[in-house]
Design a protein around this ligand. Sequence first.
Ligand SMILES: Cc1ncc(COP(=O)(O)O)c(C=O)c1O
Length: 363
Amino acid sequence: MKPPVLLNPGPVNVTPRVRDALLRGDLCHREVEFSDLMGAIRQKLLQVFDIEDEYASVLVSGSGTAALEMGVSSCLSPGKSILIIQNGVYGARIAKIAEIYQFPKHVLNYEWGKPPRMDDVETALKEHPDIEVVALVHHETTTGLLNPLEAVGGLARKYEKKFLVDCISSLAGDAIDFTTCPMDFAIGTANKCIQGLPGVAFVLFRKNDLCRLKNIPARSLYFNLMESHRAQESGDTLFTPAVQIHYALDEALDELMEETVAGRIQRYKDAADLFRKGFSEIGLEFLIPEGRRSNCLTALRLPEGIAYSDLHAWLKSKGFVIYAGQGNLQNKIFRIANMGDLKIEDIETCLQVLKESCSAKTQ
Ligand SMILES: Cc1ncc(COP(=O)(O)O)c(C=O)c1O
């Protein structure tokens, strides 16, 4: 039976090549073979984004939130505060992590789907000199909104702040210029646009921040960025890693290098364009206006008279997994992601099924 076409924003469909990598064989993580594998993955992550000179990478076994918690909990000097821009579930997650670690924080809260105002960001930076880190979610997957990375990064640079970005659902899917955008911490995961499998995530951070970071006292055992970096630099790992998921990530990074990041971004853009042309033809209403949408996901208002559960069940019966709205957007929107090893024919068939279900239900 054909596996379902995953139109949820990760885990994504992977190629047979990545799936087959799981079978490379059993391995002890304390052996040189794992050390070599980990070193290769850490290097490829930097190589593929062309950031080998400025950045270091640290792997963590766990989902994207593990890397996010590692980055956020390790980035702030004692006595300093963090400015969090929040316009969806994932911005709120950064705030939640900051709250759990009892960090002094300032939160700029916007309606979900609305971009932050740069004058608010600048005012906060002027009014609170204790802010050391500005945190932003690049692609807020809750709504498909692409937040203004360059503009917020520009303000962080102007006020000499560190810039932490959750790129979990955009890295390798939406354009990120590491040279013009001064990210100090970029958080990513294996199983979205990188097209690996769930279970390993990573933090990319600027090497010139190492001295400051090393002076921050440990706040977590598992999510300690500097301890993990120290161990991984010496070819070791603190805890038992998801070995086979590393095999898959290694293969996925080879695929990404072959496709190139620019090539993948273009493929995702083409897929999103094809989907969006079809959505318009069906008469579906977009949540986010053109120009602010990510390349990776589209949020659509549920048509009158159609329940999400029915739409989901109908599409699933035809082989397509779509995604619900969250929080106050539950039962108001649905989401269709176009990440992963997705075929043009699958997009066309999905649009046909969606058209049939919308017209059948609204007649
Ligand atoms: C922007 C963003 N941040 C964080 C996460 C959390 O990732 P995970 O569910 O892998 O922990 C997600 C998941 O979709 C996401 O889209």
